[in-house]
Design a protein around this ligand. Structure first.
Ligand code: NDP
Length: 285
């Protein structure tokens, strides 16, 4: 008794690295906590989350496919969770469930830690699903020169542009949408891009969202290609490497979003005690 209990919920969840990441932070900060895995049935997130917190659980990370369920489950949402339309971090305080989204902040911190300038850069974001939506706000906050959202179905990308227009205007960012196929037409891309982020699920099935022609239009040797998928060199990363661009997978984002969640749960004063980059090095070894 006395040890605070946390968990990550997803389906499937067996291969999640979140437990080892959080145990590493706990060791670094000399915190006692228990962090487990939960695999709710597809329609049972609210039920499982309810019994987790009722049994004394302190906080939960939420991953595919439950981030929308988690948003609906929370009583109080942070403004970034509202904008993201999804929640990846839940905790309980004063009998209420709080929800936040740390994915976008995690991506931005990983990019900055890798020496990638976001301010005044030209960014292409591939995908318009939950992962894409979660990172648009934090990217715009860094005042890039432009942000182009490209998706198979242009309608979904257009919706995201509408949703973030006010923020883009206030940050003086040119925010535009494209259908992925339009990237094959050099005239329709403010070519080349400094930063290309793959937030589609294409990498999971060993595909790239970019055709060979689109990749040729988009990448130059000074580009940086970031794939949110982690643990493998994806077809998207291979296309970038062929053009001489630098690449990264999404493991650093995973570690950095976890760091944010850890601090939300255990207190911001522990920020100096944890070292996400050291945890990342350990995970890669
Ligand atoms: P969603 O199901 O919400 O969205 C999927 C997106 O991928 C849609 O835009 C969809 O396009 C597009 N897509 C799927 N297959 C293809 C394909 N073959 N070619 C082109 N586009 C495709 O998923 P999420 O947004 O939640 O997740 C996306 C990825 O990001 C996942 O692989 C996930 O693991 C990863 N991720 C990584 C994180 C990290 O910490 N590193 C954090 C969060 C997510 P359309 O609309 O046309 O169907």
């Amino acid at each position: 008794a006395g040890v605070d209990v946390y968990a990550v919920a997803g389906n499937p969840i067996a291969h999640s690295k979140s437990p080892v990441i959080h145990q590493s932070f706990a060791e670094q900060a000399r915190q006692k906590m228990h962090y487990g895995r939960l695999q709710p049935d597809i329609n049972s997130f609210a039920l499982e989350a309810k019994s987790f917190f009722a049994a004394g659980g302190k906080g939960m990370n939420v991953t595919v496919p439950f981030k929308l369920d988690a948003q609906a489950f929370a009583d109080v949402l942070s403004s970034r969770a509202q904008l993201a339309g999804a929640v990846n971090t839940l905790w309980t305080k004063d009998g209420k469930i709080y929800g936040d989204n740390t994915d976008g902040a995690g991506l931005v911190r990983d990019l900055l830690a890798q020496g990638i300038a976001i301010h005044q850069s030209r960014i292409l974001l591939l995908g318009a699903g939950g992962a894409a939506r979660g990172v648009i706000g934090p990217l715009l906050e860094q005042s890039p020169k432009c942000l182009v959202i490209a998706n198979r179905s242009n309608a979904k990308a257009q919706e995201l542009v509408k949703l973030f227009t006010d923020l883009a205007v206030s940050k003086e960012v040119a925010l535009e949408s494209r259908a992925l196929v339009e990237l094959e037409d050099a005239a329709k891309t403010p070519y080349p891009f400094d930063l290309v982020i793959n937030a589609t699920a294409a990498g999971l099935s060993d595909e790239s969202p970019l055709s060979t022609q689109a990749a040729a239009n988009i990448f130059v040797p000074s580009s940086f290609a970031y794939d949110m998928v982690y643990g493998k060199s994806t077809a998207f990363m291979q296309q970038a490497l062929q053009k001489g661009a630098r690449v990264s997978d999404g493991l650093g984002m995973l570690v950095e979003q976890a760091a944010d969640a850890f601090l939300l749960w255990r207190g911001e004063t522990l920020a100096a005690a944890i070292d996400p980059r050291a945890v990342l090095v350990k995970l890669r070894s």
